[in-house]
Design a binder for this molecule. Structure first.
Ligand code: BES
Ligand code: MN
Length: 475
């Protein structure tokens, strides 16, 4: 362990340089226009895997999927096999003028590394490879076996995951999953995430006519598709109550009273939330009355209108518009079913359309929610590792975001424990301008992973799962 930690200190600048190379490639997966860059970043990831000392490295694909970078080290027979997951695709750049430095150049300012993907999720590649290299390049061995997979389509819902699993099941089989793609509730506070929300994304299309018509002639006469769309969307407005979709909350699992107590005790206060969210003075939160923000974002569903189209303001002309559409993204929680949620949304959006306009609701994609009980040997090993790496006691939290791979992967491995270790702090601005990774947390997480390998390697008989609870004898 000593050698490994010393190696991390000596090689810090090299690791940062590796991250710099990763973020320099604009591997945006959301627009379908950066295939070349996605291929490049997959190759670079493989090259960095080779450099860290992994073996059997290569790019895997499934059908027309984006490339997955894969590498392994299987030199610890009898020890657990740890599956490391990260993604090399990133979100696009919008609000360009708000970026203070070039999004594709890793720039250090005030103890943070700025760039698109610095935290979400290229930082995780560097953290994982740093921890691996710290062992392999000093002692020549790891205390556990590792299989590392870096996906290229996480930001578009991991859409080829099922076929990918079917084709590579044997190769991927592992005992414990480690993911670094979630948040820490405060800078410097290590967190293990035990729940993720899912997503149902759909496009709502409204059509009233076959062509735009001069509004001097038809304004007030022809049905306005843009206005009709917004009348329909307004049915989703919840003020500070529940989202008014019939049946929407029927299957929502309530947090236990213990969880609720924990939410209230976790750090966070109104002033810092307002600052982190960039909320303007005088603007209130959309929270349900008497619901804590952590419960609202971790354990309750949400609706967000992520885009609207009718005609652009630049070049707008006096016309009644015949077509308008919106992208509605719905976060779902235990125990909501994606198919059912889509039908509930469709019912409320297509009912009694204003002026009888045609309304069509199309599914874009869905991702299931995931939740686990953070108990057992693997979780204890992670808690201890984070405590050593960060020098402070870790906490278990939920997450309002989604990572398509986690649930299905844990299932594929027969209920393997999944350890979601935080890499993003509240100032990260993932998916937004000036995304950044906190330099201190980056180093602490890398050291924690090196400790985690050590702890998992030391588990008696390599057992990572909790013993099943004893079944009570029938009375
Ligand atoms: N790293 C995020 C997940 C996340 C979100 C962690 C919020 C912590 C807080 C991940 O890369 C992501 O953004 N996932 C997408 C998945 C979607 C496209 C299915 C998301 O949550 O929107
Ligand atoms: Mn991510």
């Amino acid at each position: 362990m000593k050698k490994s930690l010393a190696w991390l200190e000596t090689n810090d600048a090299n690791l940062v340089a590796d991250l710099g190379k990763l973020v320099a490639i604009p591997s945006i997966s959301t627009d379908g226009e950066h295939q070349k860059e996605i291929d490049q970043v997959a190759e670079l990831t493989c090259e960095q895997m080779r450099h860290a000392g992994l073996t059997n490295i290569g790019v895997l694909r499934s059908g027309n999927s984006n490339p997955y970078s894969y590498g392994e080290w299987l030199g610890a027979p009898g020890k657990p096999t740890v599956f490391l997951y990260a993604h090399h695709d990133v979100q696009p750049i919008n609000f360009t003028e708000d970026w203070k430095s070039d999004p594709w150049t890793l720039t250090e300012r005030d103890g943070r590394f700025y760039a698109r993907g610095a935290a979400d999720d290229k930082g995780a590649i560097t953290v994982q490879l740093g921890a691996i290299a710290s062992w392999l390049r000093t002692t020549g061995a790891l205390p556990v076996n590792v299989k590392m997979l870096v996906e290229g389509e996480e930001e578009v819902g991991s859409r080829n995951l099922q076929s990918f699993f079917q084709e590579h099941k044997e190769r991927l089989q592992s005992d414990v999953i480690v993911v670094c793609d979630t948040g820490n509730i405060e800078t410097g506070m290590p967190c293990i995430t035990y729940s993720l929300r899912g997503i149902v994304g759909c496009i709502v299309e409204v059509q009233s006519a076959t062509k735009p018509v001069h509004s001097g002639m038809a304004g007030g006469w022809l049905a306005d598709a843009a206005l009709a769309l917004n009348v329909i969307l307004s049915r989703l407005y919840w003020k500070n109550g529940k989202i008014p979709i019939p049946g929407f909350y029927d299957k929502v699992r309530k947090p236990t009273s213990k969880e609720r107590r924990v939410f209230r005790k976790l750090p966070g206060d109104e002033a810092s939330w307002r600052k982190d969210l960039g909320t303007l003075d005088g603007v209130g939160f959309a929270l349900q009355k008497n619901v804590h923000p952590y419960e609202q974002t971790w354990r309750l569903p949400a609706i967000t209108v992520i885009a609207q189209e009718a005609s652009s303001i630049k070049g707008a002309s006096n016309q009644v518009l015949p077509k308008a559409s919106a992208f509605v993204s719905c976060r779902i929680v235990p125990d909501q079913e994606p198919e059912e949620v889509l039908e509930q949304l469709r019912a409320v959006l297509t009912k009694d359309p204003p002026w009888g306009v045609k309304v069509n609701v199309k599914l874009v994609g869905d991702v299931k929610w995931w939740m686990t009980d953070p108990q057992g040997p693997a979780f204890s090993a992670a808690m201890q590792a984070l405590k050593k790496g960060f020098g402070t006691k870790p906490v278990a939290i939920g997450c309002g975001g989604s990572i398509g791979f986690v649930g299905p992967l844990a299932e594929l491995f027969g209920g393997a424990p999944a350890l979601l270790l935080g890499i993003e702090d509240p100032q990260t601005n993932a998916h937004a301008p000036n995304e950044s990774l906190h330099a201190g947390d980056f180093r602490k997480l890398t050291a924690s992973l090196a400790h985690l390998f050590d702890n998992l390697g030391a588990l008696p008989d390599g057992k990572v799962k909790a013993e099943p609870a004893a079944v009570a004898a029938p009375a």
